[in-house]
Design a protein around this ligand. Structure first.
Ligand code: YOG
Length: 135
């Protein structure tokens, strides 16, 4: 049974998020707001298909993907770039590569008990977010 990411997940920690914001050129004022946000993930998973929403009081971000299928992602409301994105599995981990202007861009996501971990990386920066299952 592959990992089941379905549900609503509430942020409990967000380590080094500002490093990522700087690495993708988010301006100072937006960084100050963004770094204090509590984020919520809503994930609907059907086999290899994922519909994901990252929600906050400031902005929301939606991205849908199928494991192993590359697509053009527009990071609308984030850094507003276009990247070529592909998500694959590494065991129970989801591994995302976002090819574009910024080298070494992507994320990894995995479960530990009722916690969802998300590691976001860009250039040499790494942010570690943890979410707790709420529904
Ligand atoms: O996650 O794609 O979980 O499937 C990354 C934030 C802040 C706006 C969120 C809004 C990058 C300004 C999505 C915060 C910060 C800051 C809430 C990460 C950029 C700009 C949206 C992601 C995957 C894996 C979704």
């Amino acid at each position: 049974m592959p990992a089941d990411y379905n549900g609503r997940w509430e942020m409990v920690s967000n380590d080094k998020f500002e490093d990522i914001l700087k690495a993708i050129d988010i301006d100072f004022a937006t960084r100050k707001i963004a770094s204090h946000l509590s984020q919520t993930k809503e994930i609907v998973q059907d086999g290899d298909k994922f519909e994901t929403k990252t929600l906050s009081t400031f902005r929301n971000y939606e991205v849908n993907f199928t494991i192993g299928e590359e697509f053009e992602e527009h990071t609308k409301g984030l850094d507003n770039r276009k990247v070529m994105t592909m998500v694959t599995r590494d065991g129970d981990k989801l591994v995302c590569v976002q090819k574009g202007e910024k080298d070494n861009r992507g994320w990894k996501q995995w479960l530990e008990g009722d916690m969802l971990h998300l590691e976001i990386h860009v250039l040499d920066k790494v942010c570690h977010q943890v979410f707790k299952k709420s529904q």
